[in-house]
Ligand binder design. Structure first.
Ligand code: SAM
Length: 227
């Protein structure tokens, strides 16, 4: 049987994801200037934001994720770009990380914390941050509103937010992806069985049903300097 192609490559999903890095850059610019901050990218996936953070901050960045395949894609990109020594890649859950307390100046996460039990994830984030350090979240406004009280009670204060244009995840990512998948199925047969395609289609259906619910922002929180 023929091997299936890498559909993410065919669909240019990474390129579309990278179109959102402009918001990552804008959010990073909202942090105060820091001298070589130590940054942890939580749930870094294949490393789009991790690599951008590394380039912009001039720092070493650590990326963690539970998805070994996504991490190996990131390692390949780092090798190709000759950046292998600037990013530490660790295959672990945030909930099991072994880093010492107060290891990081900045914790970054894009689309990850809403997947986890905040009763477990927020104390880990708080422990990993140095006093005065920042937790930057790229999440839906709706999820953030629901978690705000928990963040404040957990020793964080909200210092800034940067809202993305309304519905941009639908217009600039999921709608073009839907069209590319439609064309792909037309060209290669409607019954292509691929876990990656099915996952994209589930996400597309969810966002398409209610694009406003997926309006997002970057939310910048700070750990109190002393408690
Ligand atoms: C929506 S993707 C976002 C990936 C990446 N941050 C980005 O913006 O391209 C969510 C990521 O969170 C990762 N993830 C899920 N649970 C995790 C956990 N407990 N610890 C670390 N990463 C996790 C998934 O494997 C996936 O790569």
């Amino acid at each position: 049987m023929d091997r299936l192609p890498d559909f993410d490559e065919v669909l240019k999903a990474r390129e579309m994801r990278n179109g959102f890095l402009k918001y990552t850059r804008e959010a990073l610019a909202l942090l105060p200037a820091m001298d070589h901050p130590r940054i942890l990218d939580i749930g870094c996936g294949s490393g789009s934001a991790t690599m951008e953070l590394m380039r912009l901050s001039g720092s070493e960045v650590v990326g963690i994720d539970t998805d070994a395949a996504a991490l190996s894609e990131m390692r390949q990109c780092l090798e190709t770009d000759g950046l292998g020594d600037r990013v530490e890649v660790v295959n672990t859950s945030l909930l099991d990380v072994g880093f010492p307390a107060e290891s990081f100046d900045v914790l970054w996460e894009e689309g990850v914390l809403h997947l986890l039990d905040s009763g477990r994830s927020l104390p880990v984030c708080h422990r990993l941050l140095k006093p005065g350090g920042f937790l930057v979240m790229h999440e839906t406004v709706a999820w953030f509103e629901g978690i705000k009280a928990h963040l404040l009670a957990g020793g964080f204060c909200i210092v800034n937010e940067h809202l993305l244009p309304k519905r941009c995840w639908w217009t600039d990512y999921y709608a073009p992806l839907e069209e590319r998948i439609r064309r792909l199925r037309e060209e290669r047969g409607h019954d292509i069985a691929s876990a990656a395609l099915a996952q994209h289609e589930r996400e597309i259906a969810m966002v398409k049903a209610d694009p406003d619910r997926f309006d997002c922002g970057f939310f910048i929180l700070q750990k109190a300097r002393s408690e």
